[in-house]
Write a protein that binds this ligand. Structure first.
Ligand code: HEC
Ligand code: HEC
Length: 378
């Protein structure tokens, strides 16, 4: 239908909905990324981001006219012309669909966004040993920093692009006065063109898809131990695994899981047993042998948990065994004020279980951090 009015229906309801879902889910992901214990929420919202980006690709194939990739303009000359006209002709006519700049933007943001999500899912599998990529943990834990860096780098690229996009829209809105902001709300653009028509089939498919994406996100967050968040690592009962270790080493403080320290550190700690932080552990020879051998078998070298890898890397051959003296520990806890460590609940930095609630079951995952601390020192 040719439109004589200076207004064209360009963005379908589903297109607008997915645009705003993308905006808010990206924002949600960004905010939750600053809180280790919100990692599951971060992943759940990330699934919506990923889902909406995938939708953009498919929508560009089956969706209404202006959302189609074939309607986009990727010519470099057109891009040049677009910016020249922007400067020389304040009240120029605008394109009903994507202009050359927004075409490039949509294309790049979609693919960079998808790469960003994928790097995140890989990172989750490798570093946390969770989700469908948890099988990668074993072989790639030493390379997890690569995915970490890629993930963060892509986020900052996206943030820059989003900044440019919002600036562009605001320039349209207030300088060119094209009322661009409202287009993504009402669906109408102040441009001459053909109104979009969207078939019932496309509408139904799009709606089912969006509902499905939301379902997976909610499922991920609310159903414990599901396929998306399930950890490869199980809780460990040290009491059952080695009673001597459990009994002798949890009397004065929380039990330190053997995977936290390299074997040389454990051997050194046991060698120093008569001068264990001003205490004499007074363990007889057979106990020392049994406990040492248990700790060596389960030391950081034999674990692919993130913390095992990080402590091992940090301590190297120094035989250091005071965990709270390592730079890695200090770095990860630098934002926690001394008052917290000294308060009645925590009392000492060594009381890990105050904030890492499943510490004595060998679980140090980000989402198991209770901060501010809740568990009283035993
Ligand atoms: C008699 C009491 C006592 C027993 C038993 C004991 N420890 Fe300790 N341990 C301490 C004290 C005191 C500290 C100093 C930190 C603190 O204030 O809790 C400490 C610190 C540690 C630390 C360093 C914690 C940090 O701050 O990084 C490790 C590791 C540790 N002990 C391991 C063990 C192991 C393994 C055993 C069993 C073989 C054991 N401890 C048994 C009293 C004890
Ligand atoms: C007062 C609370 C508190 C205590 C006590 C505490 N931690 Fe933590 N720990 C945290 C918080 C909060 C974080 C997350 C910091 C961040 O990255 O924002 C953290 C992070 C960590 C990490 C890094 C996790 C990751 O994925 O980056 C490790 C490993 C860790 N703690 C080990 C320990 C050990 C071992 C102890 C005991 C020696 C301990 N913590 C004592 C609060 C605590």
């Amino acid at each position: 239908m040719k439109n004589s009015k200076n207004k064209t229906y360009v963005w379908s309801f589903l297109g607008r909905l997915s645009h705003w879902m993308l905006v808010f889910s990206f924002l949600g992901c960004y905010i939750t990324s600053f809180y280790e214990n919100l990692l599951t929420l971060h992943i759940a919202i990330g699934i919506t981001v990923f889902g909406m980006l995938l939708m953009k690709i498919v929508w560009g194939l089956i969706g209404p006219k202006y959302a189609r990739w074939s309607d986009f303009s990727f010519s470099v000359d057109a891009l040049k012309h677009y910016f020249l006209e922007k400067i020389h002709n304040r009240y120029r006519d605008i394109n009903p669909g994507h202009n050359p700049a927004s075409s490039w933007f949509a294309f790049l943001v979609t693919w960079i966004g998808i790469l960003c999500c994928l790097s995140g899912f890989f990172l989750y599998g490798i570093q946390e040993a969770k989700g469908i990529f948890s099988f990668l943990n074993e072989n790639y834990i030493s390379k997890s920093y690569i995915f970490d860096n890629i993930h963060v780098f892509l986020v900052y690229i996206l943030l820059l692009m989003i900044f440019a996009h919002i600036s562009g829209v605001l320039i349209e809105q207030f300088y060119h006065k094209t009322d661009m902001v409202m287009a993504m709300v009402s669906g109408y653009k102040r441009a001459k063109g053909e109104d979009i028509k969207i078939t019932l089939r496309t509408k139904v498919l799009g709606t089912i898809y969006i509902v499905l994406v939301l379902f997976v996100s909610f499922y991920t967050y609310y159903v414990p131990e599901n396929i998306v968040t399930k950890s490869k690592f199980k809780e460990i009962s040290y009491k059952e695994q080695n009673y001597d270790f459990y009994f002798e080493c949890s009397d004065c403080h929380n039990l330190y899981p053997p995977f936290l320290l390299p074997k040389d550190s454990w051997i050194a700690l046991m060698k120093d047993q008569h001068e264990h932080y001003d205490e004499d552990l007074e363990l007889d020879e057979s106990l020392v042998k049994n406990i040492t051998s248990y700790m060596v078998t389960n030391s950081a070298e034999n674990s692919t948990k993130e913390s095992a890898f990080k402590f091992r890397d940090e301590i190297e051959n120094s035989k250091e065994y005071t965990i709270t003296k390592t730079d890695y520990w200090k770095r990860t806890h630098k934002d926690i004020p001394d008052e917290i460590f000294e308060n009645d609940i925590v009392e000492t930095k060594s009381n890990c279980v105050a904030c890492h609630k499943d510490f004595e079951k060998g679980i140090l995952a980000d989402i198991n951090i209770t901060y501010p601390p809740k568990v009283a020192k035993k």
